[in-house]
Write a protein that binds this ligand. Structure first.
Ligand SMILES: NCc1[nH]cc(CCC(=O)O)c1CC(=O)O
Length: 329
């Protein structure tokens, strides 16, 4: 019997967030028998501003970090020792004294197409209604299928699936990773080719944030880090940082090893209506531990995109104020 937990994990309370926190607890238990004892690793649910406020948009609330601020405060005060995050919801800048100590092996980074009326995006009838609150998904959907109507769809994964079953929308898109982690199999889903729907930066990657100076926690958590996932996430987030991606701009990126073992990064910036879709790609020889090279690749491709988009980026972001809803990337 352990009376005091050795580690406290902070997380949001959504079913997906809890599944991810439980996965981390399982991986910690497999590392060290001391962490496998009952009560050794405690999960602490933290309600964030983004969870509390459902009737306003992220933009109105002031943008970044709405799902992470309270969790990071709990890390800083020592109320928790590690925080488990979907990296795609994380701002590019972390508070002083905190660091991402581990990235778990990446799940499927692709988006899934879900519909009771068609098996694939191409099979949807003209004028079909797609529910999504993600400007990234909206822009790329309309670029591929200008005939579709996109309506805002808010809420967690389960809520969005009910809207589909009720027939209020013809189709929706969700991250494969979330569906896989929640083991949601009752609705058919097919992955969409990233050439059509490039994923969000870091989609499918779980990050563990800790206090930089907490050597005891970092020794355990650091052992969970997957180097290849880290390289891809570093490259994609460097691209995002160059573009100063607020959640109001449709931005997408995916880094993968190509057949020759190089790191290949593709990025996109689009207008919300899909009328303009800019793509840049680059590749580099990046050794297994060469995080600086991954970051340089991300900055290079991000800079190329920024130069091509020019003044348009600010206009695309400004023109969509109010469309964003919490939890939609
Ligand atoms: N913005 C919500 C969110 N954040 C992370 C995921 C899925 C899991 C992941 O991408 O790691 C989702 C749901 C979705 O977009 O379908």
């Amino acid at each position: 019997m352990v009376t005091h937990p050795l580690l406290r994990i902070g997380t949001r309370g959504s079913p997906l967030a809890l599944a991810q926190a439980n996965e981390v607890r399982g991986r910690l238990a497999a590392l060290d028998p001391a962490l496998a004892a009952a009560g050794a690793v405690e999960i602490v649910i933290i309600r964030t501003t983004g969870d509390q406020v459902q009737d306003r948009t992220l933009v109105e609330l002031g943008g970044k970090g709405l799902f992470t601020k309270e969790i990071e405060e709990a890390l800083i005060t020592g109320a928790i020792d590690l925080a488990v995050h979907s990296m795609k919801d994380m701002p590019t800048e972390l508070p002083e004294g905190l660091t991402i100590t581990a990235l778990l092996p990446r799940e499927d980074p692709r988006d899934a197409f879900l519909s009771l009326k068609a098996r694939r995006l191409d099979d949807l009838p003209a004028g079909a209604v797609i529910g999504t609150a993600s400007l990234r998904r909206q822009a790329q959907l309309l670029a591929a299928r200008p005939d579709l109507t996109v309506v805002p769809l808010r809420g967690n994964v389960q809520t969005r699936l009910s809207r589909l079953r009720e027939g209020r929308i013809d189709a929706t898109l969700l991250a494969m990773a979330g569906l896989n982690r929640l083991k949601l199999t009752e609705v058919d889903r097919s992955p969409i080719d990233p050439a059509v729907m490039l994923p969000a930066v870091a989609q499918g990657a779980i990050g563990i944030e800790t206090r930089s100076a907490d050597d005891r926690t970092n020794a355990w958590v650091g052992a969970l880090d997957d180097g290849e996932t880290a390289l891809a996430v570093i490259a994609e987030r460097a691209l995002l940082a160059v573009l100063d991606g607020s959640c109001r701009t449709p931005i997408a990126a995916l880094a993968r090893r190509d057949d020759d073992g190089r790191l290949a990064l593709t990025g996109r910036v689009a207008s919300p209506d899909g009328g303009t879709l800019l793509e840049e790609a680059g590749m580099a020889d990046v050794g297994a531990a060469d995080r600086a090279a991954a970051e340089a690749l991300g900055r290079r491709v991000g800079t190329a995109l920024r130069e091509r988009a020019g003044e348009d980026i600010a206009r695309w972001a400004a023109g969509v104020t109010g469309q964003w809803v919490p939890g939609a990337t």
